[in-house]
Write a protein that binds this ligand. Structure first.
Ligand code: DON
Length: 570
């Protein structure tokens, strides 16, 4: 017995060593990784390897996505998750496209004004901090539903690699070490989290040290054996309930049992000869992306030059308009039935919006201004292509990095703080930074509006590109610029992912520009249009795949803004 245990451990260590070598060779930068058959690009090399293994074993893109998502919950816990939610876009090589919405929901007892104190102000940031910020998780149900309908590998085989990684541990990366260190005070606030992220003497795990997650492994084992019920019923559900009761949380067994993901039609837009498929409400991503592309299609962007001041002016004006529509109209479609999606997605509306854009001067967003809203750099996106050419684009999140920072005692996974994505103060849209518009107010079982934008581009019915990013509201603009970099400026996927980018979200009326790659001349000329400029360190972390169907070669790139990412294929 003992001997076989040791030899398993040896094999596992060799496997991890192999991962290190292989992924180091793959590298990052402006040169994409090239393969012939299939690929996974994610923000964790461990997870990408696990997904790729599923592909080489004959699994399809959905199978690999499920395995990658479970692995990310273990290896990238700031955003990979069991206790959060997200969206999956699936474009089959036969032309069919669908999406899965597994966004979190408000608990049954949630109310419109649940975060407000008597004076109408938000109580102690409670919409983002503490137990009330936790939405009913959707990830496990979403992955299970997508697999049930489209997967072809045994469920157990897809959860098992994550289970093993949690149980046996893996060498901590520098990226994880940095995150654990940055959040040390958060861990110390919650005893259940202290135990997971710090050593017994409260010191930090160091890069290269083995990090084991036993409770997480036990939860994954229940999911492995029982599928969705391993999370929403039985011991895992009981542990969530115990945690909720101990901390005066709102989520009940009924919330968990009632949670259902939804398979929805994708949002469909076009840009020149290309089809764009992305996530519809309750994500704003697809609608805002398609609206911006429709506006921009009317200009000769290539002639302006990539990231020239003129180009930046026009994309800013498209962003300003589409983000204003986001705030006005978008919310959970199961509650807001009168969203004017057809109008927002139409070429005619885009043509009208172009008439409101000056060639020489920035517009003014509105007389109402907002303060900057915090957008954390977490959430995670990954892209998959299998040997048949099926593509998956999946973004999921806990909202803030490590979500609520609360580990469910005994279950080893983090809870989200996604309730913060609702508009917390009904009717209050003002200069303090709040949007109180109606479609995204809190209601029981409603999904909070998201900006996640998992996207697939197709040509002649064949999927050719999968991209997405973290970054809160910046996500949609990040995806826009990467899509334009490829479709309009002919960049390879690695260059497209790396290129510096900007963000404008209507209000506040400020453009955020990354602090590299834009010359002082460009900045000056851009400001001459009348745009307000602020510099930021980085925007998003794109994980992209591009398939050149003529060469029959798959290209992939993980954004170097992500510390641990890797494109891994075969
Ligand atoms: O759903 C959303 O749009 C946000 N909760 C995503 C959060 C996110 O991307 C955080 N960090 N970037």
């Amino acid at each position: 017995m003992r001997k076989s245990g040791n030899s398993h451990l040896l094999c596992f260590i060799l496997f991890l060593f192999f991962l290190q070598i292989q992924t180091t060779l793959l590298g990052q930068g402006r040169r994409p990784v090239r393969v012939k058959n299939g690929m996974v690009v994610s923000t964790s090399r461990y997870a990408s390897e696990i997904g790729k293994q599923v592909l080489t074993d004959g699994g399809n893109a959905i199978d690999a996505a499920v395995a990658t998502a479970f692995a990310l919950a273990v290896t990238w816990p700031s955003a990979g998750n069991l206790g959060g939610g997200g969206f999956l876009v699936y474009h089959r090589s036969d032309g069919d496209v669908t999406t899965f919405d597994f966004r979190e929901k408000a608990p049954l007892v949630a109310t419109e004004r649940m975060f407000l104190s008597e004076d109408g102000k938000i109580r102690n940031a409670s919409n983002h901090e503490g137990i009330l910020a936790v939405g009913v998780p959707g990830t496990v149900a979403g992955l299970y539903a997508a697999h049930k309908k489209y997967g072809n590998t045994n469920w157990k085989k897809l959860v098992e690699p994550a289970y093993k990684l949690a149980k046996k541990g893996f060498p901590l990366t520098w990226g994880l070490h940095d995150g654990f260190k940055y959040h040390k005070d958060d861990w110390l606030q919650y005893p259940s989290s202290t135990k997971i992220f710090l050593k017994p003497d409260s010191s930090l795990y160091q890069p290269g040290e083995r990090w084991v997650q036993r409770d997480h492994a036990a939860t994954l084992k229940r999911i492995m054996k029982k599928g969705r019920d391993g999370f929403y019923k039985g011991k895992t559900a009981d542990l969530i309930m115990d945690y909720m009761q101990k901390h005066n949380g709102l989520i009940t067994h009924e919330d968990l049992e009632k949670y259902q993901p939804v398979e929805r039609e994708p949002v469909h837009g076009t840009y020149r000869d290309f089809d764009i498929y992305a996530m519809g409400p309750p994500s704003s991503g697809g609608v805002v992306l398609a609206e911006m592309l429709n506006i921009l299609e009317g200009y000769d962007l290539a002639a302006m030059g990539h990231n020239s001041a003129k180009y930046l002016h026009f994309i800013t004006e498209a962003m300003r308009r589409a983000y204003a529509d986001r705030a006005r109209y978008l919310g959970d479609p199961d509650f807001s039935t009168d969203m004017p999606l057809a109008k927002l997605l139409s070429k005619e509306y885009a043509a009208y919006l172009r008439t409101t854009i000056s060639e020489t001067e920035a517009s003014i967003s509105d007389s109402i201004t907002f303060n900057d809203v915090y957008e954390s750099p977490e959430t995670t996106h990954f892209s998959v292509i299998d040997a048949s050419g099926n593509m998956v684009s999946l973004t999921y999140t806990l909202e803030y990095p490590y979500g609520s920072r609360m580990i469910v005692e005994g279950a080893g996974f983090l809870l989200n703080n996604e309730m913060g994505d609702f508009n917390p103060m009904p009717g209050t849209t003002d200069s303090r930074g709040y949007i109180g518009t109606e479609p995204n107010l809190i209601e029981p079982e409603k999904r909070m509006l998201s900006s996640m934008t998992p996207t697939i581009v197709a040509k002649n019915g064949i999927p050719i590109m999968a991209v997405g990013s973290p970054g809160g509201r910046t996500i949609i603009n990040t995806v826009l610029q990467v899509v334009l970099n490829v479709l309009e400026f002919d960049m390879n996927i690695a260059k497209a992912v790396e290129a510096p980018r900007i963000h404008h979200q209507w209000l506040p009326d400020v453009t955020r520009m990354e602090d590299w790659g834009f010359s002082p001349d460009t900045q000056r000329l851009y400001k001459d249009y009348g745009h307000n400029l602020k510099i930021r360190w980085r925007q998003g972390a794109v994980m992209g795949i591009y398939k050149n169907t003529e060469e029959d070669i798959i290209y992939g790139a993980s954004d170097s803004r992500s510390s641990d990412g890797a494109a891994v294929g075969y």
